[in-house]
Design a protein around this ligand. Structure first.
Ligand SMILES: *Cc1c(COP(=O)(O)O)cnc(C)c1O
Length: 460
């Protein structure tokens, strides 16, 4: 008898096909990524790290003679690693190529795990980490009190200014006052391009003042695909030591995490001195055995496939189109009376101040848009009085619809639907009342579905 789980997967396929995904942290993977992820590699245990450093290339051509003749270092705790080692090595080499890194750790199970490992690699309990505060657009893993990291380290938050950009003066004054061990640039609801060089200079100043090294870390989970596609600056090119990311957002791989770094790459078996130049080894040790057990080699294989895709010229076009679409969508929304945080966007993400635009909050708008097949999330705005439960905004983005093939023309249509739904919310006033507008909502729902079906979801 077929397990009901498979009926639910079919139902989810229909939802993905018939609706439009506007959540900026979601995307659609290719059939190849899906195939690697759903493979028999899930059967394999491979705690530790692969050998073969420098013996293959990113296309999987190996120096078999060297592999056969030399006794290569073995950092694994189980036998039978022949294929898994090569797969993980490909993922590492491709990630380094994509992001100009000296080292990549492809094992973090998620973005949160990647960040945890970096904090653990560099900090002692009680050390200070300076990151963007959650209400300003930072991520939960950057010090929200509910997290494990916040129980271990002392997080200090910097904010954003009225234009939605990083408040660099606030960042600098806190860097010089709080004696941080890590300065972190990263965010989940931020639509500007950070001035990495300026932050790097602030780090140097603070390091000099306090007389110790400070780790400069970027969490580029949202924009990694834009960096890989060359339409967003790469923090590793501006003096950052470490860059963490998820692999499933704009980067369009399987769900997972990734840590890139600059520094000496060497055996993870020997504990090195805690110096910035040793950060790659410190990170390897902090991921395994520091904070994880066996890696998910089926996911790592899918990461390798996704990185291979991101190295192709077509990925550059995709990344360019994401930003173009976001800008055109923002312009269309503004023309229809939407007030946008930061007055537009420089990346893939748009934050709408729905409260100031129309008088209702983000929750009712999220619900009404869901009813027409447009999926996004209500989001607090910087210094939002409504907080997380009655946020004043919604957050949306263009990565997923760009993967489906949407371009500028469709952005105008999308903005039009969003305005129609906003008008309905103005009249309905409460979520319960939305039912009274079912006829109008259904009409929009049919239009959304008709357009969605013209743009197939990859691998479905
Ligand atoms: C999404 C995100 C994460 C967390 O990723 P998970 O895979 O959900 O753990 C971390 N940092 C930032 C900036 C993110 O946007």
């Amino acid at each position: 008898m077929k397990d009901v789980v498979f009926d639910l997967i079919e139902s989810e396929k229909t939802r993905q096909k018939e609706g439009l995904e506007l959540i900026p942290s979601e995307n659609y993977v290719s059939a190849e990524v899906l195939k690697a992820m759903g493979s028999i590699l899930t059967n394999k245990y491979s705690e530790g790290y692969p050998s073969f450093e420098g013996i293959g290339n990113i296309d999987g051509e190996w120096d078999e003679k060297k592999i056969a003749e030399e006794i290569l270092p073995n950092y694994r705790y189980y036998g039978g690693q022949k294929n898994v080692d090569r797969i993980e090595r490909l993922a590492i080499d491709r990630a380094c190529r994509l992001f100009h890194a000296d080292h990549a750790n492809v094992q973090p199970h998620s973005g949160a795990q990647a960040n945890t490992a970096v904090y653990f690699a560099w900090c002692e309990p009680g050390d200070t980490i300076l990151g963007m505060s959650l209400p300003a657009g930072g991520h939960l893993t950057h010090g929200a009190p509910v997290t494990l990291s916040a129980h271990v380290y002392n997080f200090v938050g910097y904010g954003v200014d009225e234009d939605g950009d990083i408040d660099y003066e606030d960042l600098e004054s806190k860097a010089l006052a709080e004696d941080p061990k890590i300065i972190l640039v990263g965010y989940s609801a931020f639509m500007k391009v950070p001035d990495f060089k300026r932050v790097s200079e602030i780090r140097d100043k603070a390091a000099k003042k306090f007389g110790h090294e400070i780790l400069l870390m970027a969490d580029m989970a949202h924009v990694a695909g834009l960096i890989a596609g060359g339409v967003h600056p790469n923090p590793l090119d501006y003096g950052f030591d470490v860059m963490t990311t998820t692999t499933h957002k704009t980067l369009r791989g399987p769900r997972g995490g990734l840590i890139m770094s600059r520094g000496n790459v060497a055996s993870p078996l020997k504990k090195p001195e805690k110096k910035l130049e040793n950060i790659p080894i410190l990170i390897d040790r902090a991921v395994f055995p520091g904070s994880q057990g066996g890696p998910l080699e089926h996911v790592i294989a899918a990461k390798a496939v996704a990185f291979g895709e991101a190295l192709l010229p077509s990925f550059k076009k995709y990344a360019e189109q994401i930003v173009k679409n976001a800008k055109v969508l923002a312009e269309n929304l503004q023309a229809l009376g939407f007030i946008l945080q930061g007055n537009g966007t420089e990346n893939h993400l748009v934050l709408v101040d729905v409260k100031n635009s129309f008088g209702f909050d983000g929750k009712i708008y999220e619900k009404a848009l869901d009813m027409v097949g447009l999926t996004l999330n209500a989001n607090a705005l910087p210094y939002d009085k409504g907080g997380a439960f009655k946020p004043s905004g919604v957050r949306l983005g263009t990565p997923a619809i760009t993967t489906r093939g949407f371009s500028e023309k469709e952005m105008a249509v999308l903005a039009g639907w969003m305005k129609q739904v906003a008008d309905i919310c103005v009249e309905a006033k409460t979520e319960e009342n939305l039912a009274k507008f079912e006829k109008d909502l259904t009409k929009i729902r049919e239009e959304v579905m008709a357009l969605a079906l013209k743009f197939p979801v990859p691998a479905i």
